[in-house]
Design a protein around this ligand. Structure first.
Ligand code: NAP
Ligand code: GLV
Length: 311
């Protein structure tokens, strides 16, 4: 049995070291040094090259090195008999909670305008007219591991939080909407919108002009999910018309964001380099090894992805 790491953008040697530190006898290989492909039963992957998995006849489980699995399922040659496991980890959840709280508070406290006023040496007394958190509607698209944790943290800070999911959810203190029918109701009460959806055929391009038009004028957007959720061409007109006040973007259709991309220099856009929440190999390797053990004993895997639903 061999484990293959395919993660050219994500510290493959670090993953190998963490595995071997815990189980020194493991046969761990790092792409593209596959060795005898027949041996490979488990793959740890982040954005594997299309078709890379098709050369592994005995592959049983692919462990996504992140919470999202769109980087795997986008491959038309992704083998459909293979189980897919994703990351659910307290450190990843904490990272996202910190990111969403940081940027929500930044908007709530009107910090982008205050930064500009400091640049301009302007003391504007109107900045002292503050809104209370319970007067601020925050909407979270996606109430899964990450969305739920962020919604609870924002509720504890006093915000008026609503969330949206595919199937009905009931979370104390959070107004829950579901399905296409529930989306408009969420948008109508949302001044700060946080996207934490998985990227699937149903959610691709969901952050578009039509969606922006359903939020109160001057709302803010935080997209920490995937670049494919946003219709890039709709964002700048929404910002420049005042429909949206500001957007914080951690994820992009092309990553790294090209140096000449308009988003970099736009005064109403905050760009972060897909670092809202980072998988910590120290804790996730423990889960992966436990899952491999379970799989070898014929027991159920944890955090299995429904590859038909795409998340
Ligand atoms: P998750 O636990 O699978 O939760 C997904 C949520 O989205 C669920 O509430 C689900 O509804 C909802 N959903 C899925 N399809 C929907 C649809 N068509 N309409 C409405 N709601 C829908 O995922 P997670 O662990 O919270 O992660 C979410 C995403 O965050 C990942 O897929 C990844 O793309 C992104 N992410 C980004 C970073 C970063 O650093 N920027 C880090 C980690 C993750 P149900 O509850 O009904 O199933
Ligand atoms: C990061 O984007 C992840 O999916 O964990």
């Amino acid at each position: 049995m061999a484990i293959l790491i395919i993660a050219s953008h994500d510290r493959p040697d670090r993953w190998a070291r963490e595995l071997l530190a815990r189980e020194p006898d493991l046969d761990v290989r790092v792409w593209p040094d596959v060795g005898n492909a027949d041996d490979v039963e488990y793959v740890l992957a982040w954005k594997p090259p299309p078709g890379a998995l098709t050369v592994l006849p005995n592959l049983a489980v692919v462990f996504s090195l992140g919470a999202g699995v769109d980087h795997l399922l986008a491959d038309p040659d992704f083998p459909d008999h293979v189980a897919v496991v994703r990351v659910v980890d307290p450190y990843l959840t904490a990272g996202m909670r910190e990111y969403v709280v940081l940027h929500t508070l930044r908007y709530h406290k009107n910090q982008p305008a205050l930064d500009q006023q400091q640049c301009d040496h302007v003391w504007d007394d109107r900045a002292r007219e503050l809104r209370q958190a319970d007067e601020r509607g925050v909407g979270i698209l996606g109430l899964g591991e990450l969305g739920h944790a962020c919604a609870e943290a924002l509720t504890r800070l006093g915000f008026d939080v609503a969330g949206w999911s595919r199937t009905p959810r009931d979370i104390p203190g959070i107004t829950c909407f579901d399905g296409r029918g529930g989306l408009d109701a969420l948008l109508g009460r949302t001044e700060i919108l946080v996207c934490l959806l998985p990227l699937t055929p149903e959610t691709e391009g969901i952050l578009d002009a039509d969606l922006f038009s359903k939020m109160p004028k001057g709302a803010c957007l935080i997209n920490a999910a995937r670049g494919g959720h946003l219709i890039d061409e709709d964002l700048i007109p929404a910002l420049e018309s005042g429909r949206l006040a500001h957007a914080t973007l951690d994820v992009f259709r092309t990553e790294p964001l090209p140096a000449d991309h308009l988003f970099w220099g736009h005064p109403q856009i905050t760009v972060t380099p897909h670092n809202a929440a980072i998988t910590d190999p120290r804790s996730v390797v423990v889960q992966i090894l436990a899952d491999i053990d379970r799989h070898r004993k014929g027991d159920a895997l944890s955090n299995l992805v429904d590859t038909q639903l795409g998340y």
